[in-house]
Design a protein around this ligand. Structure first.
Ligand SMILES: [Zn+2]
Length: 353
């Protein structure tokens, strides 16, 4: 759940208080719960269709209006995307509002069938005093707002998919995000002069666009950056014949947390500063050979950062030696990765300018 969801109860309390001078805490919370459920159903629709199209979602961040889905595998292919990708993205996007329209129709049917007098057309449509009416209108609002061409709302996703037909994924995202930012600004300003809810919609769209853009940039860095661009080429190594005391001594003089262990020109293991310390504490002085990790993955310098990340997490290790013709030419560690990625992004930006 995104932090902006905390705004929603505040807003509900505040508007209720404005309407009749008092707020009913329990009913107001129930209203917030209804919104949460409707957003969750909307997102479940996206996930289901995405899953049927072969995209496994790893996480969904719920915002009061919509959600941001993080997929297991990259959705960003370099170059313009195909007609199939466009069809798939449009279908995944449109299912969300369709779920809400379906829910609205269903609740109207239930309200009429039970003969409950919900006064569907009475203003304000969205009010904790009348939860059935609020349920209907919440879904209509969710469907309507999500169809706005404000990325990453669903209408904006269709727009982005359209841009992606003629440009590559990150360019398409950037164009959609700038349109979205403009629209969010407009809503925020319009809300100041009319309904405060509009301002809130603007703020949420702004946050969502920011979240989504960051995720897309991160993914494209993972796919497009090769290890040779970020690996450490100036690093310390240990020898299997080093004593743990010697190794600790070397570790003190290095910024590294993880060390490759090298015999002659062969990589024979990896060891972390923590492992050296633990072994020294537990068993006293010994040799690196005895405590180093002999099971490790190596990568080639032209492999992508994404591949390296997967290898790191699969082995639950924090260092990947980079080899060329069996020779150690660099290392990539989790510790250095974040740092070098920020630097790399900066240097690419400077080059573009
Ligand atoms: Zn949606």
């Amino acid at each position: 759940m995104h932090l902006t969801f905390l705004l929603l109860p505040l807003f509900v309390f505040w508007t209720e208080y404005n309407v009749h001078g008092s707020a009913n805490g329990g009913r107001d919370l129930a209203l917030v719960g209804l919104v949460l459920l409707c957003v969750a159903a909307h997102e479940a629709g996206h996930m289901l269709v995405a899953w049927r199209a072969g995209l496994v979602s790893k996480a969904v961040i719920l915002l009061p209006l919509s959600g941001v889905t993080v997929y297991e595998e990259s959705r960003t292919q370099p170059g313009p995307s195909s007609i199939e990708a466009w069809r798939r993205d449009v279908l995944i996007a449109l299912i969300g509002p369709l779920v809400n329209i379906g829910l609205a129709a269903l609740s109207v049917a239930v309200i009429y069938a039970t003969g409950y007098g919900a006064n569907l057309w009475k203003w304000p449509f969205f009010q904790s005093g009348n939860l059935p009416r609020s349920l209907v209108w919440t879904n209509i609002y969710l469907a309507g707002i999500n169809l706005l061409p404000a990325y990453p709302l669903d209408g904006g996703r269709v727009l982005r998919a359209y841009f992606a037909l003629s440009s590559d994924a990150s360019v398409a995202t950037r164009r959609a995000v700038s349109i979205s930012h403009a629209l969010a600004m407009l809503l925020m300003v319009a809300g100041l002069f009319s309904d405060t809810w509009l301002t809130m919609v603007g703020v949420i769209i702004f946050c969502a666009a920011q979240l989504e853009e960051r995720a897309v940039i991160f993914q494209s860095v993972l796919d497009n950056v090769r290890l040779e661009e970020v690996m450490l080429t100036d690093f310390a190594t240990l020898s299997p014949a080093d004593t743990l005391q010697d190794a600790l001594e070397k570790a003190v003089h290095s910024l590294q947390d993880d060390f490759p262990v090298v015999r002659g020109s062969d990589m024979v293991g990896v060891i972390s500063r923590q492992r050296i310390l633990d072994a020294l504490r537990a068993e006293g002085n010994g040799y690196v050979q005895a405590v180093m990790n002999k099971l490790f993955e190596v990568s080639l310098r032209e492999e992508s950062l994404g591949t390296a990340f997967r290898k790191l997490t699969a082995r639950n290790s924090s260092i990947i030696p980079v080899v060329e013709d069996q020779r150690l030419v660099g290392i990539v560690t989790l510790q250095n990765l974040m740092h070098s990625m920020a630097l790399l992004a900066e240097s690419r930006k400077l080059k573009r300018e």
